[in-house]
Unconditional design. Structure first.
Length: 332
């Protein structure tokens, strides 16, 4: 399949779309039993779509959203990535009216209520569904070579919130690399070749890398306006984390220490102590996978005073010892 064939496939009307165009009512296209497979959430007063229907053989599911009829408000048990291949898409997400234009991407966390207005003839919306474990893995793989507090904060801010009710829109319409890679993903997925899903996963790592770039650029502007120089503060913390105190950081940026502590907590969701701990662990992880330094040297270099404490924190954060992580990296 080439790009022209993909475009034809996506623009051709399916049987469901033809029926929806006739009666302007959404038609269930999941399965004969899908009414039993989804359930009505009495607390939220809407349908919740379970993961079990979409993730059987693979942990990634991609589909074109059916045009010409509205999708009623609903929620998912999984992460959803909306990509506007063509045209535009009007949605109500968590009570907010949103219009996505061609080339934009929206990532919805689990349990985000959303509805979709009828799509027109030229409006092609692609839904990429991902298990939470899959998206976390893809982000971690993308960031493992260069651990960054800012990168992780930006990339995962919407996906790690404990209430799981966030979404984020990426102004990605001018990112040509992203557009090309997303189309390659669709070609591989619909080609159904033997190694297609492996290539889809590989391409998705690039997608998330490009989205991190888009997000970082957008948030730098946003944060400079709304939260002043928070990115400068985080950068300074990453450069001086080994022996940096909150008071030293506050003095450097001419802030009251209590004010700065509250500011960091508000923007990142983490306390100063948690941020410093994350920076140290990120630095240690990078040294473990990218160097042959002895672990005793690594824990001292990143600012830990106790080897046992370092091992405990590292294993808690990454689910394995430094030696296991390094061995796994060497086997790749």
């Amino acid at each position: 399949m080439n790009l022209h064939e993909l475009d034809q496939l996506l623009r051709n009307k399916t049987e469901i779309e033809l029926l929806q165009q006739q009666n302007n009512q959404v038609i269930n296209d999941l399965s004969k039993d899908s009414e039993n497979e989804r359930f009505f959430d009495m607390n939220q007063k809407m349908y919740r779509m379970p993961a079990l229907f979409f993730f059987g053989e693979h942990d990634i599911y991609i589909s074109k959203h059916n045009r010409f009829a509205p999708m009623l408000e609903h929620m998912h048990e999984f992460i959803e990535l909306n990509y506007v291949y063509s045209g535009k898409c009007n949605q109500i997400i968590a009570g907010k009216e949103i219009q996505l234009c061609e080339g934009q991407v929206c990532v919805l966390d689990k349990d985000v209520p959303h509805s979709i207005a009828p799509l027109g003839e030229d409006d092609i919306l692609i839904n990429i569904l991902l298990q939470r474990e899959t998206i976390s893995s893809l982000f971690l793989q993308r960031l493992s070579k260069k651990k960054s507090l800012i990168g992780e904060f930006l990339a995962n801010s919407v996906l790690q919130h404990q209430h799981h009710n966030h979404f984020i829109i990426f102004e990605s319409q001018h990112n040509e690399n992203l557009q090309y890679i997303l189309r390659r993903i669709l070609i591989e997925y619909y080609s159904r070749q033997e190694d297609s899903m492996e290539l889809v996963k590989a391409y998705l790592q690039i997608v998330f890398g490009e989205l991190v770039r888009v997000l970082e650029s957008e948030h730098n502007i946003h944060l400079n306006q709304q939260e002043n120089n928070i990115t400068s503060i985080l950068n300074y913390m990453e450069e001086h984390y080994q022996h940096l105190s909150l008071q030293q950081l506050s003095n450097h940026f001419n802030y009251n220490s209590t004010y700065l502590s509250n500011k960091l907590k508000k923007v990142t969701g983490l306390t100063y102590t948690q941020l410093i701990a994350n920076i140290k662990l990120n630095a240690a992880y990078s040294l473990v996978v990218n160097t042959n330094l002895p672990f005793e040297m690594i824990f001292k270099q990143v600012g830990y005073n106790s080897m046992s404490f370092f091992y405990k924190k590292f294993k808690t954060a990454y689910g394995a010892t430094p030696q296991n992580i390094r061995n796994k990296q060497l086997r790749k």
